[in-house]
Write a protein that binds this ligand. Structure first.
Ligand code: ASP
Length: 441
């Protein structure tokens, strides 16, 4: 097994390289427009970031498939697998529900929507009108989709097409779970060729990861330069005035995320894992930084797996089950963003949300977190569903689109952190279970 060659083995070096790449990218992005290099950056630097993300995405689906199937088949005892499955789902649901509650509480307290000046509200709505499709054409597919249809859509019509789209990762997960269950039902000797093939594929993918990570600092540099040049394309003055107008909103999102990390995660981690939370965050820094710069938890998965296994010492049979599932269904950053955004939009439009409507946000944002793909921009698309469920005009999304790119980066970093925290929680409770079994014998 060659998992982790060069990722967390030289993790701290890699982390510094990525950080330097990120800072240089920010500097470049800030300076380039003022020296007339913005178009050059778009044509020649942005594609490097694109190349890096494409390489990561290239291996995402086979990695999820092989990790999940091997994760399941490597557990000898079926009841142990069921136990791990329940604990994983339980922790994911718990942390996401708490994330939404934190988001709702902070946004109700801060009331960021009331701080938005009327003229800016007007301007933002008109500016982003075209993107959201003011005439009610905002992703009509999503609006008209019932939850029952959502469940039906989980089952791919065709195995090959399910394996062909990164944004349909839930279908891939379902397929992998079914496949893993199928393999578990058959005699080990019969399925050995298949599991051996999966193992070999996974080893090759692992090697790919170590190659891809060699270019990570340059990729991150290019991604950051691109984002900043794109933002300043609107004119520097405009950027600052929009940022100032939306600062309460962005501040509320970030504050709620901070509370979630340093209260909820800290509490659960210290209580259950009983190790240094700070140390854990430091160990998974490469994954957090990569989540931040790629805005995709799916693309970050290879690195998250590596940090968790080699850095935190979590057994691959646990991480390879928990993380691919988490990347697909656990989005605490996205949930906080959706809860705060829904309240912000309602407040800005002068609507008071009842407790019942806030309960509906809890429920729909929880399902939206499961339904959002770990790709850039998925969270804002699912926000449509949340707003629809509480009868807040979907067009209100126009108000927050100016900050979407940057908030996507922040929420993805939190999504990745949440997956690693839950992997640690599951691992700690698994060990406890194993110890109980041993002491019972
Ligand atoms: N970009 C996020 C992720 O990949 C999903 C989102 O848009 O919120 O985790």
């Amino acid at each position: 097994m060659v998992w982790g060659v060069g990722v967390s083995q030289k993790g701290s070096v890699l982390h510094w390289k990525i950080l330097i790449g990120l800072l240089c990218g920010v500097l470049w992005g800030l300076i380039a427009p003022s020296v007339g290099l913005d178009a050059w950056t778009t044509h020649w630097i942005s594609p490097i970031g694109d190349l890096f993300v494409r390489f990561l995405k290239l291996i995402a689906i086979p990695l999820v498939m092989t990790s999940l199937v091997l994760g399941m088949t490597s557990v000898d005892d079926r009841s142990q697998l069921a136990g791990m499955g329940f604990r994983t789902a339980g922790f994911y649901l718990l942390t996401t529900a708490l994330a939404i509650l934190v988001g709702l509480a902070v946004a109700s307290w801060v009331q960021p929507g009331t701080a938005l000046p009327a003229d800016l509200r007007e301007e933002l709505s008109t500016r982003y009108e075209i993107q959201t499709g003011m005439d009610g054409a905002v992703d009509s597919n999503l609006e008209n989709r019932s939850w029952m249809q959502f469940i039906a859509d989980l089952v791919p019509e065709n195995m090959m097409s399910a394996l062909g789209a990164n944004d349909q990762m839930l279908q891939v997960v379902l397929l992998a779970l079914l496949f893993g269950l199928g393999l578990l039902q058959l005699p080990t000797a019969t399925v050995r060729p298949v599991t051996d093939l999966f193992k070999a594929v996974q080893d090759v993918l692992t090697l790919f990861v170590s190659w891809i990570m060699q270019i990570a600092p340059y990729g991150v540099f290019a991604l950051m330069a691109h984002v900043l040049v794109e933002i300043s394309g609107d004119g520097e003055d405009r950027v600052w005035s929009v940022l100032a107008g939306l600062s309460w909103y962005a501040g509320t999102v970030v504050a709620a995320m901070g509370i979630h990390i340093f209260v909820v995660y800290w509490g659960l981690y210290r209580g259950i894992v009983q190790k240094s939370f700070r140390g854990m965050l430091q160990t998974i820094r490469p994954a957090i930084l990569l989540g931040f710069s790629t805005s995709s938890s799916v693309a970050t998965l290879p690195v998250t797996l590596d940090c968790v296994e080699r850095g935190l010492g979590i057994a691959p049979r646990i991480s390879r089950f928990v993380l691919p599932v988490g990347t697909t269904i656990n989005m605490d950053g996205t949930s906080i963003y959706q809860a705060v955004s829904a309240l912000f939009i309602a407040q800005a439009l002068g609507m008071d949300l009842t407790l019942m409507q806030q309960g509906t946000i809890l429920f729909t944002a929880l399902l939206a977190s499961i339904g959002s793909a770990g790709v850039p921009g998925a969270g804002v698309v699912m926000l449509v569903v949340v707003l629809e469920s509480i009868q807040v005009p979907v067009e209100g999304i126009a108000l927050i689109l100016g900050l979407e790119r940057i908030l996507d980066m922040v929420r993805t970093a939190l999504n990745v952190t949440g997956d690693a925290v839950v992997a640690s929680l599951v691992s700690a409770t698994e060990n406890e279970q194993a110890e109980t079994v041993i002491s019972d014998v």
